[in-house]
Design a protein around this ligand. Structure first.
Ligand code: SAM
Length: 330
């Protein structure tokens, strides 16, 4: 086994796999109303190709956690089968999913039966009008039903990921937290990152972790969780004495790159050693060119070895990556 180590002593054990770049929402901080130029079908890895790469990562490269994302991973027809085959690998990895929740109501039990351990559902508001404003779709009831189905299916802990947007939902954090607490969902609020397709992100517009905490703190008593954070992106806070917690992911104002243990595989088979990487390593070409497992593992190890010490968002020379979040896999 060769660990995915970089020059700064970090070891990648958490693999994020994008299963499609397509999405059925149009969150305006992510992509334009008309969507994006989706990857041609032949460029997207097949189910067998995805499972082969995940197997190499688990069996040969020390990956212990696999998270399927996108785009919207529930749009991937073979999802349940991919999850089942991933969970059946040895040593069996933790398998989770990041989804917008549309359609989760129908498939949550099948996913749990296939071995899915956990789910993160993205939900920025519980107000129907704000949901429609952000996502350009009137689908809030579907997401709410999807969350409930995930919980019934035992995909615990059910986490809710939210992004706050100034002047849109930045006054709704306490309301969203209250709603999650009532249902036993773990809320995590994420700082908006420069990963939108339109390149419209502005630091001044971003709702900072400090503001998020001030807003939540106006309604709840928050104390930093005594649990060690490790490589988790979220800083956890105990709410009103516990046991419930809320997480804040301050990727921009309090970067946690030094503890990063993640590596990404895009839907078209490119390895990215960072969300903000400007270079990728083409495993699809290797796969389709007949490379054996050892060669693929070698390329993968080399791709991670070159990981930079940090994402550089706060450097004056920072350049947004060419791919938006939806095409990388959030
Ligand atoms: N479609 C799935 C979903 O909605 O969870 C998975 C992909 S989506 C890109 C993953 C997460 O990225 C969502 O929670 C979304 O809110 C978040 N996201 C998208 N653009 C972002 C940005 N610029 N900064 C921070 N988070 C972003």
């Amino acid at each position: 086994m060769t660990p995915l180590a970089d020059r700064f002593g970090r070891v990648a054990t958490d693999l994020r796999v994008s299963l499609t770049d397509r999405c059925n929402l149009r969150c305006h901080y992510c992509m334009p109303a008309e969507g994006l130029a989706w990857l041609p079908r032949e460029e997207v890895l097949t189910d067998d190709e995805v499972v082969r790469l995940v197997r190499i990562a688990v069996e040969q490269l020390g990956v212990t956690e696999v998270r399927f994302t996108g785009g919207e991973p529930l749009l991937r027809k073979g999802l349940v089968d991919i999850v089942g085959r991933t969970k059946a690998l040895r040593p069996s990895p933790e398998v989770s999913l990041t989804t917008n929740g549309l359609g989760l109501q129908r498939i949550a039990t099948a996913l749990a039966d296939a071995g899915l351990d956990r789910v993160n559902v993205s939900l920025d508001t519980i107000r129907a009008d704000t949901f429609a404003e952000i996502t350009r779709r009137e689908r809030l009831p579907d997401v709410v039903a999807g969350l409930a189905a995930a919980q019934r299916a035992g995909l615990a802990p059910v986490k809710v990921n939210a992004v706050l947007l100034r002047g849109v939902n930045d006054d709704q954090a306490p309301e969203l937290l209250g709603w999650c607490l009532e249902r036993g969902y773990q809320l995590r609020i994420i700082e908006q990152m420069p990963l939108d397709a339109q390149g419209e992100w502005r630091r001044d517009d971003m709702v900072t972790a400090e503001e998020i905490l001030a807003s939540l703190g106006s309604a709840y008593d928050l104390t930093p969780s005594p649990r060690p954070r490790g490589s988790a992106p979220a800083q956890e806070y105990v709410v009103d004495g516990g046991p419930a917690t809320v997480g804040v992911i301050a990727s921009v104002t309090r970067p946690f790159c030094g503890d990063c243990d993640r590596v990404r595989l895009t839907a078209d088979g490119q390895i990215r050693n960072c969300l903000f990487a400007r270079e990728e390593s083409d495993l699809r070409a290797a796969l389709r060119g007949g490379a054996d497992d050892e060669e693929i593992a070698r390329r993968w190890t080399a791709a991670v070895a070159g990981k930079l010490p940090g994402h550089g968002i706060n450097d004056p020379s920072f350049l947004q990556p060419d791919r938006p979040m939806s095409a990388i896999g959030g």
